[in-house]
Design a binder for this molecule. Structure first.
Ligand code: ADP
Ligand code: MG
Length: 418
């Protein structure tokens, strides 16, 4: 794909304060790009430097191979339109007055709008579903409608590229999707290149082909959503613990916030979670969010708990998909458990294949380790071994394992140990 914008090692400052440092990346023609990053990381500043508002003190921005800052504002405005973050339009303009303003780069200094200009405005209003608002005062439309009007004004410029700064931040979820679906349609059907700052990582993941992740005035990484939105990157840039899953419908990464990395558990301590099949995913996520060091086992590769442990970078004893726990993975499980301070047994079903997991837990008790059992359902309903698992399980209880109702109770109880 042809490159439409090329950013060559730019540096930007406000007065003496350097805000952007050594940014370099390219935007392909017809692509949908998201700029993400924490507050103050420089997203809006980057957008200003790309839209000829804030000239970089170093480096260049090339628009279709021409230096953006050597082009006239009018020349740039024919190629590029901007939807700013805050549009304070408290004047007595009607919607159609606002939209036709988009034609100014195409008009001579004393030229009035002609039929061609009105046609462009009408088309933009049709695309954005704002025609019916034409004679309404801009102060008398809703937030979502106003954003559509501002986008209509941008489209009236007939640009190749549209830049938007958090275009949906003040809208409810329904209007967010409406605006982003509109942008997606313009991108796909009209080949409009889109560069938008996003606050919401899930929306960015869902709509963008490419993401630019900013950290402290620099580009941390650029790429497809799946390669940019990893739990590791998010932890490093935002300082937040998240779980990233592949969205079952869109196939895009989907981010679940687990908690801030405030080291709630400041005394350290390691917990081993015996789980599998998905029964352990939520406790693993909760504990990781609290800053506990975790291990897990024995998990069959590819199952939900295994995926969760992998995303959270948790060390685990693992087994080939659908195979019973082997001697080797059992030993690995015991090794991890032995190194831990506390052992948790999740609410898993037991079959012949994972009976060894119960044996491992009984070993933890022999080592005088606290064992917490999450008992969501009675063991009778989860025993598919004809009673053997039930026997072992009840043995755990008799030997001092603590039975807890759910994950919240476990978090509470752990405060006694750490
Ligand atoms: P973001 O959009 O990612 O939240 P900004 O680009 O707005 O970040 O800000 C980046 C940094 O530049 C921040 O430290 C901010 O305080 C500073 N900054 C932003 N605008 C100005 C300005 N007009 N004058 C001085 N500093 C500014
Ligand atoms: Mg901003």
């Amino acid at each position: 794909m042809a490159v439409t914008l090329k950013i060559n090692d730019i540096e930007c400052s406000y007065g003496a304060v350097k805000v952007l440092n050594g940014l370099a990346f390219s935007i392909s023609s017809g692509s949908f790009n998201g700029i993400i990053g924490p507050n103050g990381s420089g997203k809006s500043t980057l957008l200003k430097s790309l839209s000829r508002v804030l000239k970089p003190v170093k480096g260049t921005v090339l628009l279709n191979e021409k230096d953006l800052y050597k082009m006239s504002p009018q020349e740039v405005a024919k190629k590029m339109a901007v939807v700013p973050q805050e549009t304070a339009v408290n004047f007595s303009f009607t919607v159609k007055d606002i939209v036709i303003m988009g034609r100014s780069p195409h008009l001579g200094r004393f030229e009035n709008e002609g039929e061609k200009d009105f046609a462009a405005a009408r088309q933009a209003m049709a695309l954005t579903g704002t025609l019916h608002l034409a004679d309404r005062l801009i102060t008398a439309v809703s937030g979502g409608e106003r954003q559509r009007v501002i986008i209509a004004r941008a489209l009236t410029q007939e640009p190749e590229i549209i830049l938007l700064d958090e275009p949906t931040s003040h809208l409810d979820i329904n209007h967010q999707v409406e605006i982003l679906s509109l942008l997606q349609r313009l991108n796909r059907e009209n080949n409009l290149t889109i560069i938008s700052v996003f606050h919401d990582l899930n929306l960015a993941a869902q709509y963008c082909d490419s993401l630019i992740l900013m950290k402290k005035g620099a580009v941390f990484t650029v790429g497809e959503p799946a390669s940019v939105l990893t739990s590791g990157n998010i932890k490093e840039v935002y300082g937040a613990s998240v779980l990233v899953r592949k969205h079952p419908v869109t196939g895009r990464p989907s981010i679940i916030l687990l908690g801030r990395d405030t080291q709630i558990n400041s005394k350290g301590g390691r917990i081993h979670v015996v789980c599998g099949g998905g029964a352990g995913a939520s406790i693993l996520g909760l504990l990781a969010g609290q800053g506990y060091e975790l291990t897990a086992g024995v998990l069959n590769a590819g199952d939900v708990d295994w995926e969760t442990a992998r995303f959270l970078d948790i060390r685990m004893a693992e087994e080939i998909p659908f195979l019973p726990v082997s001697e080797q993975s059992h030993r690995e499980n015991i090794k991890l458990l032995t190194e831990a301070d506390v052992c948790i047994l999740a609410n898993i079903p037991f079959g012949r294949g994972n009976l060894k997991n119960l044996e491992a837990v009984s070993l933890a008790l022999e080592q005088s380790k606290p064992v917490l059992i999450i008992e969501g359902r009675d063991i009778k309903e989860r025993d598919f071994t004809g009673g053997e698992a039930e026997l072992l399980y009840n043995g755990l209880k008799e030997n001092g394992a603590l039975v807890l109702r759910d994950e919240a109770a476990v978090l509470n109880k752990l405060r006694d140990y750490f």
